[in-house]
Design a protein around this ligand. Structure first.
Ligand SMILES: [Zn+2]
Length: 300
């Protein structure tokens, strides 16, 4: 491909949409961030096409990649459900391709981040790898034999694996899902329930770990829950590398170190994975979407 060709990477979120014009070396040439525009309660698909067109002005754009939260059929480019965007059965790939004339791929945001981490990040080169961002929600990108598992959009929902059958009711309706113990909001909620004191967020709990036994107990429960869910994932999929990212992991080794130790202590015959922190941080979505853009260009 010629050197002046570019792709556009788009990371769609419930509050904002981030987009970037990206070159062959995955460098962001121009970036844009806009509040997610809505028509009533529903995020406006036209905004994505407008961002691609705007970033492409004066450049040859040969592909685009779009990362979306929710239940996303990567192969069809179909968003089956994205609660915080108000989307149900939106054929996003076809709609945006029609509006821009640019070949593009649409993928679940966590699998997009996983693609980035497995291609140029902390899991680089691993055929069997698992990416686990721990943030407002928890989901996994699972790659086996070099193939990302999609299952029409339903694979990887590790946040809704039950780790405590007697636990709190999850947003999904089931009791004791991983998210009730280890998603970002669970840390402050569980600390407040236990102590009657409020902290702002998971980082607030992390800051108390050296002095406050209640903070340590909340943190320990989250580590144990993550190890329980990951033990199931390791047993099923045999990853050689587990890459842990997301806002809670950005707190540093306070999460990744103890999860590594706990998980490895529970393994019997299973493959022993490297458990590492994500390398790309907040950029994983953009980098993954850019990789998708280049894939779209090449397959077009
Ligand atoms: Zn759940």
């Amino acid at each position: 491909m010629a050197a002046d060709q570019h792709v556009v990477a788009v990371d769609v979120g419930g509050t904002s949409i981030k987009a970037a014009l990206v070159d062959r070396d995955l460098r962001a040439i121009t970036t844009l961030r806009e509040p997610t525009r809505r028509v009533g309660e529903v995020a406006d698909v036209a905004q994505i096409a407008e961002l691609i067109n705007k970033l492409g002005e004066g450049h040859e754009v040969v592909g685009a990649g779009v990362a979306v939260p929710g239940i996303v059929d990567d192969n069809l480019g179909l968003v089956r459900a994205a609660v915080n965007l108000g989307w149900v059965d939106v054929p996003l790939r076809d709609q945006v391709a029609d509006a821009t004339g640019v070949p593009l791929l649409v993928r679940h945001d966590v699998r997009t981040g996983g693609l980035a981490e497995f291609t140029v990040g902390a899991g680089k080169g691993a055929d069997d790898a698992l990416f686990l961002p721990v943030g407002t929600g928890i989901a996994a990108a699972v790659q086996v034999d070099g193939r990302m598992l999609g299952a029409a959009g339903y694979a990887g929902e590790i946040g809704h694996v039950v780790v405590d059958p007697d636990g709190a009711v999850c947003g999904c309706g089931t009791r004791g899902c991983l998210e009730t113990l280890a998603a970002a909001p669970a840390f402050a909620r569980r600390y407040a329930e236990r102590t009657g004191r409020t902290v702002a967020d998971a980082a607030g709990v992390a800051a108390l770990l050296s002095t406050d036994p209640d903070a340590r107990a909340v943190w320990r429960d989250a580590v144990d829950a993550l190890a329980t869910a990951l033990l199931a994932a390791v047993t099923l999929f045999g990853p050689a590398v587990i890459v842990i990212g997301g806002g809670v992991a950005e707190a540093g080794e306070a999460l990744v170190g103890p999860v590594r130790e706990e998980l490895l202590s529970r393994l019997q015959f299973q493959r022993r994975p490297d458990v590492v922190r994500a390398a790309l941080g907040q950029d994983a979505g953009r980098v993954g979407a850019a990789l998708l853009g280049w894939q779209a260009a090449e397959s077009h």
